[in-house]
Design a protein around this ligand. Structure first.
Ligand SMILES: Cc1cc2nc3c(=O)[nH]c(=O)nc-3n(C[C@H](O)[C@H](O)[C@H](O)COP(=O)(O)OP(=O)(O)OC[C@H]3O[C@@H](n4cnc5c(N)ncnc54)[C@H](O)[C@@H]3O)c2cc1C
Length: 403
């Protein structure tokens, strides 16, 4: 058999992911980022400011909160691929802006609520007017989410939530907090006793029965990240995710596949921002009477950075395409999250190096890309947890670890 290696044959096999529509989506998002996001980030990140409501409103008008929400519910009706495409662009400006677009899905799964309520809130969410904070982690439960201890107890028509949570980003600014709680405790299968609950609250405040304070983090500015203490926080019995709430842990873990592709997109956006800034700086900065971009070490560094970014991007395109085809692929989602975030730390660090001393100041955005890239190796599952998932799929679980 003669293989047809023509360009068209390659395109028909979907190797080229970028349709004209996607190129346009990418260009529009890039333009929006450079005009609306980057200047705001450069002004507010150094003073640990928050994403302004005006920018959130503009993002809502662009449809960025509703990328994956079906058109009939007010969204754009697009897939994981476009979601990642836009997230990469927004992250090139400010990672927290690329993150907040992930806070608009979830209410359809609250099956105890009437359909009209769920549809109304989903269409508000598509405009960025009904957004979530997600509270999974606890002081004693990070990577090991099955060990969550914050409890929810049914009391008549209400759930009563008591316990401590940690690392809840956007707890104050969100319209509701999605909280992972324990309702039962089988020591042999701790993950089965978990459920997700929705705590509605006024924007700008913490819920009744919940106190908290911001954690002094070193980056990811644009919103605050809280430690929370729930003390008999009461919510209606219907505010539970799933028909009978039976899929608390499973739905959390399944959702992580898209979240990991989205985190890869954010990491790639940060790395690309750092690369583009480093290229521009290297062509302006003169030493030994020549631009530093003439030195072979700088040139090769830039070549390596660009290659690493492209490799991560192509893996992300593959994973996003498979997720859009409804494939379960926890191994590949873990691979791209690990690969892109490790890449982003290396590339942003190399970019900072190209800036020399100027890179180690707050006068250029490069330090922000570097700080934020560091976080992509930690949240949505650490690098080590991604490698654990990948190696478990390749080798099977170690014999001394049953679950
Ligand atoms: C700025 C920021 C914002 C965040 N926002 C949110 C949020 O909005 N909502 C939320 O729920 N959480 C959030 N998180 C929490 C984040 O998801 C956790 O930090 C992350 O899952 C890791 O948990 P941990 O910090 O407890 O680390 P640990 O789980 O204590 O891990 C410590 C170290 O041990 C390693 N380790 C742990 N288990 C294993 C293992 N089995 N094999 C090998 N190594 C292992 C880890 O990789 C890591 O290096 C946020 C975190 C940060 C820093």
């Amino acid at each position: 058999m003669v293989m047809d290696r023509s360009k068209d044959a390659v395109r028909e096999n979907n190797v080229d992911y970028m349709t004209d529509e996607r190129k346009m989506i990418q260009e529009v998002a890039r333009d929006f980022t450079m005009k609306e996001v980057l200047p705001v980030a450069n002004a507010l990140d150094p003073v640990q400011g928050e994403i302004p409501m005006d920018l959130r409103r503009k993002m809502g008008e662009m449809g960025y909160f509703g990328i994956r929400i079906p058109e009939q519910y007010g969204g754009m009706g697009l897939g994981v691929f476009e979601y990642c495409l836009i997230a990469e662009e927004l992250s090139r400006g400010w990672m927290s802006v690329a993150s907040i677009i992930a806070r608009s899905t979830g209410v359809m799964a609250v099956e105890g609520w009437p359909l009209e309520k769920r549809l109304e809130l989903t269409s508000k969410a598509a405009k960025g007017e009904y957004l979530a904070a997600v509270s999974l982690s606890e002081p004693g439960a990070g990577s090991d989410l099955a060990s969550v201890s914050c409890r929810a107890v049914l009391d008549g028509d209400e759930w009563v939530i008591t316990g401590n949570k940690y690392w809840c980003t956007f707890a104050d600014g969100a319209d509701y907090i999605s909280v992972l709680c324990r309702v039962e405790g089988d020591p042999d299968q701790p993950h089965l006793g978990l459920r997700s609950f929705i705590i509605e609250k006024p924007r700008g405040e913490l819920p009744n029965g919940c106190k908290g304070s911001p954690i002094p983090k070193i980056g990811y500015f644009g919103w605050k990240t809280f430690e929370l203490a729930f003390d008999e926080c009461r919510i209606p019995r219907t505010n539970i995710v799933g028909a009978d709430g039976s899929d608390g842990f499973k739905s959390t873990v399944n959702g992580l596949e898209v979240a990991r592709a989205h985190t890869a997109a954010r990491a790639i956006g940060l790395a690309r921002g750092a690369l583009e800034d480093a290229i521009a700086y290297s062509q302006e900065r003169v030493q030994f009477k020549q631009p530093i971009s003439d030195f072979q070490e700088t040139r090769f560094k830039i070549a390596r950075m660009a290659t690493e970014i492209e490799a991560a991007r192509q893996l992300m395109y593959h994973v996003a395409t498979q997720l859009d085809n409804q494939q379960r692929l926890d191994k590949e989602a873990a691979m791209v999250k690990w690969f892109a975030s490790e890449m982003a730390e290396r590339v942003t660090s190399d970019a900072l190096q190209i800036f020399g001393g100027a890179g180690y100041t707050k006068l250029h955005a490069i330090e922000r890309y570097w700080r934020d890239a560091r976080l992509t190796k930690i949240f949505e599952g650490t690098s080590e947890i991604q490698l654990r998932i990948v190696s478990d799929r390749i080798l099977g679980k170690p014999t001394n670890r049953q679950k």
